[in-house]
Design a protein. Structure first.
Length: 110
């Protein structure tokens, strides 16, 4: 039989007080993969600007919480920036092509 130490609470029969049912202490620190890092990588292929935002948010959360997924967030950022740059270059090229085709002197008549 163990006796309570000095200053430990006791129940009316003199036994050490037990924690209330359902109490398990502090919740464990999650060490899983950060969800925003996964979404950053997915959105890099779906909608790259959203992948950029999610990647930066994921990196900040990973620094604060110690979760896994730093490489996922980094690759999500890299791919999102590359796909965004290619999209912008493609749009600029398309506009230049349309402008060049519309600047023909004869209006395209044969």
């Amino acid at each position: 039989m163990s006796y309570p130490g000095p200053g430990e609470p006791q129940d009316p029969q003199g036994f050490p007080a037990q924690p209330s049912p359902g109490y398990y202490g502090q919740p464990e620190r999650r060490s899983g993969t950060n969800v925003l890092a996964i979404l950053s990588l997915v959105f890099a292929f779906v909608f790259a600007p959203a992948g950029i935002v999610l990647g930066h948010l994921a990196r900040r959360q990973i620094r604060q919480t110690g979760e896994q997924g730093s490489q996922l967030a980094t690759w999500g950022l890299i791919l999102s920036y590359v796909f965004t740059a290619l999209y912008v270059l493609g749009c600029c090229g398309w506009l230049a092509l349309v402008g060049w085709a519309g600047s023909e002197g004869d209006g395209g008549a044969y």
